[in-house]
Design a protein. Structure first.
Length: 99
C-alpha cells in the first residue's frame, strides 16, 4: 500500500537543511532592470553632455535623451523594487523515492 505524504513538509526540510531560497540575481526582473538601467544611465549622460541645439530642434526643443533616460531609470528602479518585494522562491527538489 502507498503511504500518504503530508502536503507541507517544512519541518522535514528544515531538519535536512534544504530550505526554500530566493532566486536573487538569477531572477529575470533583476536582469531586465540591469539592462534598462544601464541604457537609461547612458541616455542620461548623453542628454547632459551631448545636448545640441540641432538635436533639440528635431524634437521640438525637448531633451529627448535626458527624458528617455530618466524614464528608463525609473522603470529599472520599479523592476528592482518589484523583485525585492515579491521574490521568486525556489523550492528544493523533493527527495521522494515513492512512485
Amino acid at each position: 500500500m502507498s503511504k500518504a505524504q503530508p502536503t507541507s513538509d517544512r519541518d522535514g526540510d528544515a531538519r535536512e537543511g534544504a530550505e526554500p531560497r530566493r532566486a536573487g540575481a538569477f531572477d529575470v526582473r533583476v536582469v531586465i532592470a540591469a539592462l534598462i538601467g544601464f541604457y537609461g544611465i547612458v541616455l542620461i549622460i548623453m542628454g547632459l553632455v551631448a545636448d545640441t541645439a540641432q538635436a533639440r530642434a528635431k524634437t521640438g526643443d525637448v531633451n529627448a535623451n535626458l527624458w528617455a533616460g530618466l524614464g528608463m531609470a525609473v522603470v529599472a528602479l520599479a523592476f528592482v523594487v518589484w523583485a525585492r518585494l515579491r521574490p521568486v522562491i525556489i523550492e528544493p527538489p523533493s527527495d521522494s523515492t515513492d512512485s
